[in-house]
Write a protein that binds this ligand. Structure first.
Ligand SMILES: NC(=O)c1ccc[n+]([C@@H]2O[C@H](COP(=O)([O-])OP(=O)(O)OC[C@H]3O[C@@H](n4cnc5c(N)ncnc54)[C@H](O)[C@@H]3O)[C@@H](O)[C@H]2O)c1
Length: 250
């Protein structure tokens, strides 16, 4: 859930999952994305492509019913969706409006909880896995991330609480914290270029992650390679998160 185009993190994960033998279903937000997603899905032999705007509770319910009749039990879910008004991904956090706060939290955070509720009905008893995408701006401040940082903090807390609920059904849930990537959502944040360069220059690996690096780490989390791991936040950021003060003349 969350492919907008071939640069989307969800697409990076889908490609790795497909090359590891997964049979996939895709959702798209609205008609603007429909044709592109059908084409991408076709390129990895997926025929199940459904509209699901996560602001609409009924659409989420219907989506999981349809996925269940198309594919049967689900082994994993990738939640890679977020939204906030572009005008509030710049300037001061203190100027966030109530309407945008609500919308940002609903789409970027609460949708995970709602999806878990529906997905539980059709996930495998053998042990399933759910992942969501987050960013270090949920733990520490980064320029202009503002209300999205607050939403990511709540998303990461949701993962911890959901892990207890889902654990009883042998389903795991973790977040993957990716370094900055050049995607549609990434470009909505003002000054994204500065953040991109700063992370690249100051991470131990001197790079931001590629789509395929995020995809490969996601395979660990959605498969039984990580069968003993739940409620965690896993960084794929070239190690940027462990740096307090970067070396001089880095
Ligand atoms: N790009 C980055 O630097 C970065 C870093 C860390 C985490 N993330 C997170 O990764 C996830 C995926 O973002 P991306 O960077 O691949 O960008 P993207 O723009 O490719 O994907 C965002 C997706 O969210 C979907 N979406 C927004 N509102 C929706 C709604 N109401 N219903 C259904 N879908 C909706 C969009 O259609 C789109 O497919 C997001 O949670 C984002 O916050 C991004």
């Amino acid at each position: 859930m969350g492919v907008a185009n071939e640069r989307s993190i969800a697409w990076g994960i889908a490609q790795e999952a497909s090359s590891n033998g997964a049979i996939l279903a895709f959702t798209y937000q609205n008609e603007v994305f429909k044709d592109r997603i059908i084409k991408l899905a076709k390129s990895i032999e997926s025929k199940t492509v459904l509209k699901c705007d996560v602001e609409n509770q009924n659409e989420i319910k219907q989506t999981f019913k349809k996925v269940s009749s198309a594919l049967g039990e689900l082994d994993f879910i990738v939640h890679a969706m977020a939204f906030s008004d572009k005008d509030e991904l710049k300037g001061n956090y203190s100027e966030t409006t109530k309407d945008n706060f609500r919308k940002t939290m609903l789409i970027s955070t609460f949708s995970l909880t709602e999806i878990c509720k529906e997905a539980l009905n059709i996930m495998s008893n053998k042990g399933g896995s759910i992942i969501t995408l987050t960013y270090i701006g949920g733990e520490r401040t980064t320029p202009n991330y503002n209300v999205m940082g607050v939403a990511k903090a709540a998303l990461e807390a949701s993962v911890r609480y959901l892990s207890v609920d889902l654990g009883r059904k042998n389903i795991r849930i973790n977040s993957l914290s990716a370094g900055p990537m050049r995607t549609l959502a990434g470009a909505a944040i003002s000054g994204a270029r500065h953040v991109f360069r700063h992370s690249e220059n100051n991470s131990p690996l001197k790079k931001n992650p590629s789509l395929s690096e995020v995809g490969k780490a996601a395979i660990y989390l959605i498969s039984d390679l990580s069968s003993g791991v739940t409620g965690e936040n896993h960084y794929v950021d070239g190690g940027y998160n462990i740096i307090a003060v970067p070396k001089e003349n880095n």
